[in-house]
Design a protein around this ligand. Structure first.
Ligand code: DSN
Length: 422
């Protein structure tokens, strides 16, 4: 059953409550490996569902447009101070509704429509909001995009520098959604400095690793840092923008009133809780375990004949090209889901297939590490993946069903925050 329990929802809206309970069970029974997902703590869940959702608070602490902020102001200030202390930054804005609005605020703060922005191409591992063509950021600005090296699968900073020198972007984004390797923040900072660009580090995927000391920090290198709060950082769905003091006012004005109305105060409170959790030694151990698990899984997948982009991983994320396995990413992801292994199909660099039916899969170890799985379990996970993909090619649903049962049996021994067996 869902924890905290939902008796009022069950009484008032059983149809919805049944769906929520079923989702809790699904999350419990599946090996969740979508690289951007996690399980939040029960304290974060409780904070997310408080009466704070009832309150409008347009503005910032001490400068609101509505009365009754006696308690909201200290809650938002607590979240801000915890973000500043955890990441070692001069300023934090905790109001962005999610990662895309956070990145849009950067455009509003530093660019005019038509200005040049440089980011990693989406199929190479970047994000829609780093200037991809279907995004407002690609339609209203002039995007130029860097790739990864075709052979190494890694960013080549010499190519990035050449492009920056040629295009003179006003803003450069580093970071992305399918980047399995360490991001060289000092290297990007040097390039940004040379061409006079604002460097934005989008650390959405790796924020928890940075907080836990398992990935280098962009602080001192990037002018602006954007992040979601719900991936490796293990907070509620939300976002933050962190800056030097020099850029604080521009970012705050861009978030409100530039882009958003009232902040979601229940989310702000849950972010504050997550940031407190992320400042503990236990969270540091968790962050390192995520990376150790990903390394062990990458090694086991390689042994089983999976082709990994860049040959492996330095962080929580693995990107695999399934061409060598004779199956496309989408049918593989669907079969793996039926086998109790949840991940997403994904383009790989220089993919010859379409984004809605690409060659690869993307997976991550943040959620399964929260459940308590360690390196010793990764060979079994890789074996299940290999078996399920092979079974999919032969329409062998019996094997897929068997794996789903084995996954469920394994996970029964690893508690899930937010769920208890009834
Ligand atoms: N949807 C996020 C991810 O999965 O990485 C990016 O926006």
């Amino acid at each position: 059953m869902h924890v905290p329990p939902i008796p009022h929802l069950t009484a008032e809206d059983p149809e919805l409550a049944t769906l929520v309970e079923a989702e809790a069970t699904r999350q419990h029974d599946k090996l969740r490996m979508i690289a951007s997902e996690n399980y939040v703590s029960e304290a974060v869940l409780e904070a997310s569902s408080t009466v704070l959702t009832n309150k409008y608070s347009e503005g910032y602490a001490g400068k609101r447009y509505y009365e009754g902020q006696q308690l909201i102001d200290p809650i938002e200030t607590l979240a801000i101070e915890r973000a500043k202390s955890l990441f070692g930054v001069e300023h934090a804005n905790v109001q962005p509704y999610s990662g895309s609005p956070a990145n849009l605020a950067v455009y509003l703060a530093f660019l005019q429509p038509g200005d040049t922005v440089m980011g990693m191409s989406l199929p190479m591992g970047g994000h829609l909001t780093h200037g991809w063509s279907v995004s407002a950021t690609g339609k209203w600005f002039n995007p130029v995009r860097y790739a990864v090296n075709r052979e190494s699968g890694r960013i080549d900073l010499d190519e990035v520098r050449d492009l920056a020198r040629a295009e003179r972007p006003k803003v450069i984004f580093c970071g992305g959604t399918a980047v399995p390797r360490t991001i060289d923040f000092p290297g990007f900072a040097e390039i940004a400095r040379e061409v006079g660009a604002v460097l934005v580090a989008d650390i959405a995927h790796i924020a928890g690793l940075i907080a836990g000391g398992a990935h280098p920090s962009p602080v001192g290198h990037a002018d602006v840092i954007t992040t979601t709060t719900h991936k490796t950082l293990r907070g509620p769905r939300g976002a933050m923008i962190m800056t030097t003091a020099a850029h604080a006012s521009a970012i705050d004005k861009a978030v409100f009133p530039g882009l958003q109305g009232g902040p979601h105060n229940h989310t702000t409170a849950a972010i504050a809780v997550a940031l407190r959790e992320a400042s503990t030694e236990e969270f540091g151990r968790y962050a390192h375990q995520i990376v150790a698990n990903a390394a062990a899984l990458a090694a086991a997948m390689t042994e089983r004949g999976f082709t990994l982009i860049s040959g492996g991983t330095d962080n929580h994320l693995i990107l695999a090209d399934l061409t060598g396995k004779g199956i496309a990413g989408k049918p593989a992801a669907q079969a793996l889901d039926r086998a109790g292994i949840e991940l997403n199909y994904n383009t790989v660099p220089y993919d010859v297939r379409k984004p809605f039916d690409p060659s690869g899969i993307r997976l991550g170890t943040a959620a399964l590490t929260t459940r308590g799985l360690t390196e010793q379990h990764m060979p079994q996970v890789a074996a299940w993946m290999d078996e399920a993909v092979t079974a999919a090619l032969k329409d062998d649903e019996a094997t897929i069903d068997r794996i789903a049962g084995e996954v469920q049996d394994l996970l029964a021994g690893f508690p899930m925050p937010g769920y208890r067996a009834a």
